[in-house]
Design a binder for this molecule. Sequence first.
Ligand code: GLN
Length: 551
Amino acid sequence: MAKYIFVFGGVMSGIGKGVATSSIAKIIQSRGYRVTAIKIDPYVNVDAGTMNPTEHGEVFVMDSGLETDQDMGNYERFLNITLPRENYMTTGSVYKKVIERERNLEYNGKCVQIIPHVTNEVIDTITNAAKKNKADFVTIEVGGTTGDYENDLFTEAARQLRLRLGKENVLFVMIGYVPFPNIVGEMKTKPTQQAVRALNAAGVQADIIIARSENPIDERRKEKIALFCNIETEAVISAPDSESIYEIPLNFEKDHLSEIILKKLALKPRKKNLQDWENFVKKVKNAKKEIKIGMIGKYFGTGDYVLTDAYISVIEAIKHAAYNNGLRPKIDWIDSGKLEKNEKKLSILKKYDGIIVPGGFGSRGIKGKLKTIQYARENKIPYLGLCYGMQLMIVEYARNVLGVKNANTAEIVPKGKNLVIDLMPEQKESLKNNKYGATMRLGSYLCKIKPGTIAYESYGKKEVSERHRHRYEVNPKYIADLEKAGIIFSGKSPDGKLMEIAELPKEKHPFMLGTQFHPEFTSSPLKPNPIFLKFIEAVSNYNKTKIERVG
Ligand code: GLN
């Protein structure tokens, strides 16, 4: 039978609960157990697919095509495994199942209630995921903050599961925040105490408290948290801010977290193997040579600060490829809208060793992206286009090289004439019926790779599987003309109908490549995605030639 570790958040959001949960899963995995990770999002949306990335961050896409919160990406990157759709739930998805059952008379005429019917649905989802994954351990991250109205259902399900399976099978972890207010001049534990109290009120006593703070928690503070929160001092884990998220499992181990978890779950100590991970963290620390990458996007939030949550998998994929090559990536965020308003600003692109146009939707900021792509092509700066970034690379090429005036994507001009990027036939129906949720081309599909291309050099094989999230595609009508004008479609769907990778020949450009899929979703520190590795290689070469030119 599996052991379950629930992770609750206290005090406030944004303190790294997802990374902490991934790190807990990682250190247990390092003890030779089969670990899987579940995320519960308390919002009513059935999945994350319809949410605006500016507000909620990246929409992560699983192998199965389920659109989820970015934490699923963290779990996969840390554990270096692929998770099934069973590992994700929201209030919306749980209620949807319960309501479907009720409509099918599955409750035998009973009055269907939140307790026990909805809580049972939550528990069944969790235990089924454990079975599906054949897991020894399951981490379950409860999204949001304890005390939130919408969390109650899941906290209650956790309480019931512990009652059913006993405390040697179900463990509760609370991630608290310990602020250091300047006016006070010391760390304050009160907010964490109150968060633990809120959890207690729901009948859940934390077994372990992870104390997030700017600096490590001292012994005095640990003792205080332990006393007031009713746990042993050793079960208070110090979790200071860290330069790299990948260091966090190692930080937890400094406080012996995996040993404490095994002990609390009545398991004997087991040998630990974190060698690969430690090696990667060493590479992160030792990477000196800086490479500059410009990311042209638009989901940077609306406040005074640049929020990069919408692009988290792209950022991490860049890091995986760069650090594994001893390079330190410096990523700058460029709002495509700003480039659009002031074209002179385009010259700022000169300073980059590589440019990425990541995925996106709609017409805002498009002109700036097209100008950027043209600039990267003409100035031979390594360019990687991801999904929309690939489609726009085709639009730019069609306009400026093939000479198709007003070439465009149907996403911007649905009834336009020269649509080099068009709606996929099966998408027309869903849009006509206003069916937007989970109707894109989603999840993993096979892609055939053409030998003798950059794509082939990257993957080193003729068939790969990558994850998708799009409605539009390269219009088959223009393929022959685009090829004549120099574009190589180096990746295609197995039936040859969908263009999956487009690139320019090396004689024309050192690296100009776009993928219709999202290679960022399958990258991890221990297995960087091949497309990102190849891009970073080109970026590094370009960086060297620039230095030679200056010197
Ligand atoms: N908006 C484009 C499409 O739907 C690209 C999507 C994306 O970049 N993920 O096809």
